[in-house]
Ligand binder design. Structure first.
Ligand code: ADP
Ligand code: MG
Length: 759
């Protein structure tokens, strides 16, 4: 039995799913698969796990597993459910990529979808679980899609073996047919239970014109206007990235400051970080002892993009110019007191859990709540008391060119479905208003739904993971939405070239396979690579890393390349002269440090990867302090994440080849000359398809091509960025981590290659 506190019980009773408990549990009892859909905030995520618990799904040998596409939701929901059930986090726990609090007493486990996918690799039947809930299925994250495909096979298999298991798919009311009318996925359409939420009407206001630039400025002005002119009620602002969120928060706090004493503290660093640091410092004092071994079950060997949309979205940010305030509109019905302070809170994925939890608590008395958020507030988290939504209409996403692999971050328009989700956030507790900072004509041009992520990005990592699960014919996999055959072919091609898949012999029997370039089986090397939680290219580097004692360096470089964006973006425009001169100083300091980290002579040829290695080495040498990072232009959060990933990779390498016995050393000496040469070859082995050759004088068709490089895939030349360690050297041949299109096609993570190494 569950002993809930009275106030929790009262709050629960108001949630729409509660009145459907019986219906839901009956459906679960009678069917293997159940789809549950309902508006955001109707109580699906917090209540359904409790229904399952009370119906005994965690009282036998199996537990209840719930997957979330975002780390924020996994952590925050596990805390909330523990609190509602009056249980400890030993029983209601979470597991995300780098951390978790799961114990042997855990009954309900919230995790990211990537974590569960990794568990399937260890135990295909998922015998730990009696029921799995796939939450936020409408987000169509790649891992969610793959999990659905796998579970559609695993669950019947379990039932056939007499180990009953259930699957519940939960979704906002969006495009359910992809799941229910997909015979490949579910041969019999699963029952769909719709929870009717009490949704109050939301009046939608379109802008007359659509600002194409400086929409953060527009967002700021609109929020000020709402606060000055409109009656009480929380404001929820949608922006595209972390830096934008902070910029608008700063401006709003300045415009409507708290009176003495009630100013919220600036965002502190996450608590877990300092704990991690204490542990690390302790370990450091013991000489030559490996870090405390991380539990090997405690990670997801999954690719890099899991849940890091906000970190990625944080780059390339610009702050809107300061605009005049105070142009009060004349059409306002009711005058509010403009002296009421605004209680401004940021909300995005990477915010620490304590900071996130603040949005659920009532604002200090006499203030108005204003949450400035990224996409996380669209469906993952429901913030109470929101009456006004300000929607910039945009989202920041990474775009890939399917053929060339060139990627770029673009702020693009959201879909109509997203816009309506955002608007809906205003009508949870009373009638609300949504201010769309774009015209209705622009809205009419939005696509109806957002595309499933799997159709938008390269799939080499997924294909390798699936082959490791012995799914050779990836084309036949029951995807809710299948990736394009082009991207499947590109993935198999890359994996064959990395040696992760076996190319079949040249006989007529295999001719068809060779022609389609699909369905190649995994090689032993591929199995080892699949166990490393990084992209296949980097996994290949790890697999080669033991030569010449290079492993610690390879691990550091791979960790830094995987985390990305380790340097602070100091090119942002400054708000005032003071800030501007501070920024200039820091830019100069970072440039100086980059030159230092790049080393001299031979090591210079490892290029930007040597800079990464130098930065990681220097930062760890002093114990990775926020002060060191701040002074030297490094992002502290990135450095902490690199440390965690290095620990994880170290363990993964040790478990694949125990004879290597690599350990994490905080005092890593710089690599020797021969190690640098070896590292450059290892890098080439992983990035072989990212080779570029300097354009010869006789090939210069256009003066702009000077100092450009030719790649096999692109017609246009690519360039070495002025901040690169190799900008002055301009070697004949280079490999690059990726090509990013900004003002030009720039290669990032460039390293020089000797012509005789090229196969
Ligand atoms: P759904 O999954 O259907 O979108 P949820 O179960 O997430 O709905 O939310 C149900 C209610 O629980 C919402 O009103 C939300 O505000 C509230 N809630 C969720 N997390 C917390 C929390 N940490 N503190 C207080 N209330 C919360
Ligand atoms: Mg939910």
């Amino acid at each position: 039995p569950v002993h809930r506190l009275p106030e929790i019980q009262v709050a629960r009773l108001r949630l729409p799913v509660l009145s459907e408990e019986q219906l839901i549990m009956e459906a679960v009892r009678e069917h293997t698969f159940v789809v549950l859909c309902g508006e955001t905030g109707s109580g699906k995520t917090t209540q359904v796990p409790q229904f399952l618990y009370e119906a005994g799904y965690a009282s036998g040998s199996g537990i209840i597993g719930v997957t979330e596409p975002r780390r924020v939701a996994a952590v925050s929901m596990s805390h909330r459910v523990a609190k509602e059930m009056n249980l400890s986090t030993r029983q209601v726990s979470y597991q995300i990529r780098y951390e978790g609090n799961v114990t042997s007493d855990t009954k309900i486990k919230f995790m990211t979808d990537g974590v569960l996918l990794k568990e399937i690799q260890k135990d295909f039947l998922l015998q730990k679980y009696s029921v799995v809930v796939i939450d936020e299925a409408h987000e169509r994250s790649v891992y969610t899609d793959i999990l659905l495909g796998l579970l559609s096979r695993i669950v019947p298999l379990r039932n056939k073996k007499g180990l009953p298991m259930k699957l519940i798919v939960m979704s906002a009311t969006l495009r359910l047919e992809d799941f229910t009318d997909n015979r490949k996925l579910f041969s019999v359409p699963p029952p769909v239970i719709k929870v009717e939420a009490r949704q109050f009407p939301v009046t939608v206001h379109f802008n007359k014109r659509t600002p194409l630039e400086n929409y953060t400025g527009e967002v700021f002005l609109k929020t000020c206007k709402i606060h000055r002119m409109l009656p009480a009620g929380g404001i929820l602002v949608f922006l595209t990235g972390q830096a934008e969120v902070h910029a608008v928060c700063r401006r709003l706090r300045k415009a409507f400051p708290f009176r003495s004493g009630c100013r919220p503290a600036e965002e502190e660093e996450p608590a877990d970080t300092s704990e991690e640091m204490r542990k690390f410092k302790k370990a450091k004092h013991k000489k030559n002892v490996s870090l405390p071994r991380i539990d090997l079950d405690n990670y997801s060997a999954l690719p890099v993009d899991e849940g890091d949309e906000d970190r990625l979205a944080g780059i390339d940010e610009e702050e809107g110019s300061d605009l005049e305030l105070g142009d009060a509109p004349s059409d306002s019905e009711e005058k509010a007191d403009p002296s009421i302070p605004l209680y401004v809170l940021p909300l995005y994925s990477l915010l620490s859990p304590d900071q996130q939890a603040k949005v659920f608590r009532p604002p200090p008395p006499g203030t108005r709540l204003c949450v400035v958020a990224t996409n996380v507030a669209e469906t993952s988290l429901t913030i109470p008391g929101i009456k006004y939504v300000v929607d910039c209409g945009r989202v920041k996403k990474r775009f890939y060119d399917r053929v060339t692999g060139v990627s770029s971050f673009r702020v693009s328009w959201i879909s109509q479905a997203s816009a309506n989700q955002r608007a809906g956030r205003a009508g949870r507790t009373e009638p609300g208003h949504c201010y769309r900072l774009y015209s209705s004509a622009v809205f009419g041009d939005f696509s109806l739904f957002s595309e499933a992520e799997i159709t938008r990005r390269p799939v080499d990592d997924l294909v390798l993971q699936m082959k490791d699960l012995n799914i050779d014919k990836v084309v036949n996999f029951p995807f809710p939405t299948a990736p394009s055959s082009e991207s499947l072919v590109a993935a198999e091609h890359l994996l064959v070239s990395l040696g992760a898949l076996e190319e079949p012999p040249r006989t007529t029997k295999f001719q068809e396979m060779r022609n389609t370039r699909l369905n190649f089986p995994i090689s032993p090397l591929g199995r080892a690579m699949a166990s490393f939680p990084v992209a296949p290219r980097y996994a290949k580097m790890l697999a080669l890393g033991k030569q010449q004692d290079c492993l610690p360096y390879v691990i550091a470089v791979v960790a830094a390349m995987t985390v990305r964006e380790i340097f602070e973006d100091l090119d942002r425009p400054a708000g005032n002269e003071d800030e501007s001169s501070r920024l200039a100083q820091r830019r100069a300091r970072l440039a100086q440090m980059r030159r230092l980290w790049a080393g001299q002579g031979a090591s210079l040829l490892l290029g930007d990867l040597m800079v990464l290695l130098g930065a990681v080495g220097a930062c760890e040498f002093v114990g990775c302090t926020p002060k060191f990072c701040e002074e030297n232009g490094l992002r502290y959060k990135a450095m902490i994440e690199i440390r965690r990933l290095r620990g994880q990779l170290t363990n993964a390498v040790n478990s694949v080849c125990p004879e290597v016995g690599v350990f994490l050393d905080s005092k890593m000496p710089p690599p020797t000359v021969s190690q640098v040469v070896c590292l450059r070859q290892i890098v080439l082995a992983g990035l072989g398809d990212h080779l570029a050759r300097r354009i010869q004088p006789d090939e210069l068709l256009d003066p702009k091509w000077r100092n450009g490089y030719k790649t096999p895939l692109l017609d246009e030349p690519v360039y070495i960025h002025p901040s690169s360690a190799l900008f002055k050297t301009l070697p004949q041949f280079v490999v690059y981590q990726e090509v990013m299109e900004t003002t030009k096609m720039y290669m990032r993570g460039v390293s020089a290659v000797e012509p005789e190494w090229i196969p």
